[in-house]
Write a protein that binds this ligand. Sequence first.
Ligand code: PLP
Length: 391
Amino acid sequence: MFDFDTVIDRRGTHSLKYDFAARRGMPDEILPLWVADMDFASPPAVLDALAQRIRHGVFGYSDAADGGYFNSLKKWYKKRFDWEIRPEWLVKTPGVVFAICAAIRGLTQPGDAVLIQQPVYYPFESVIKVNNRRLIVNQLILEDNRYRMNLEEMERQIIDEQVKLFILCSPHNPVGRVWSEKELTAVGRLCAKYGVYVVADEIHADFVYTGYRHKVFAAICPEFAQNCILCTAPTKTFNLAGLQISNIIIPNEKLRRIFKREIAKTGYSQPNLMGLLACQAAYEEGEAWLEELIKYLEGNLALVRKFLEEKLPKVHLVEPEGTYLIWMDFRALGLTDKELDELFVKKAGLWLDTGKMFGAGGVGFQRMNIACPRSLLQEALDRMEKAFCGL
Ligand SMILES: Cc1ncc(COP(=O)(O)O)c(C=O)c1O
């Protein structure tokens, strides 16, 4: 019913993915499969809502004027995650990374320890450092081609380093885990035991493959809800990153007050009008589109899996349970990181995210974004085959 096959030319559209290659030290004609946005148009209902507003022609200061915006969010979370949110819990921000920064500043002091589980989305590390907090890295463990948390080490680190805040990535970018309720409960209990705040980044919550289920961290029990800042957004799900809107949900009144104060310090007040409209339209009318998109992504994933098995059997796909970002293990090729990156950029003409960006545990891996038309993905795989055959 929806078209995910048509290749939309994104060049010349101010696209970070397509228009910044040279500025970021890449050849101009490189095929980009790095940054986490999709090459698909947003759902028709979103485009209609935006087009209607553009025809109106006035773009003054705006905010969610009635209950419609909140209700769309509430219904989405109830239906898809069986979680009830209350209107007063919601704080809108222009992005999740922006919110994580505010949470760090509000809940910790300079020099305090903040823990993350690497390999992980690289802005986690940079926002900790740029805010002069102490980075504590807890390495995920790769076992039987699946990552798990290292809670024994995490407990030691919490005690030894007096960790104040933990940034949870759930589902996890880049390792593709959709953490089970059991795993989330274990890590949540550990944080509660030692009074460590949890900032749960659940921006990828809507991308979960068949057989898996995302559990909202704050929905596990009231104790976790009271100890966390939950970061959500429609921007990955419906490809709206350029419209800058995210919904931060904070059930604890005191944490919410602290968080709002940090936001006020930045001077940010009302949200982006287009983001607001797109978010509401997407949550109200975008579900069928998302369901079909996930099937399409499963098809893309199957294509990559088959390709690696048949053509590059030494390269291992870490089977993703969610997200459209896949994590591939090239270590068996015995290349240095520099050699691997050069093969991708210079020989294959592909721009992926090199594993070491996600922390030392990512050395020898590459992250590839598969949210693109299948013909484009096939082109990328053909290029990979040419560059890597014989290795
Ligand atoms: C885990 C995670 N958090 C946050 C973001 C970015 O969110 P935002 O654009 O709302 O700051 C991304 C984008 O790739 C991500 O993967």
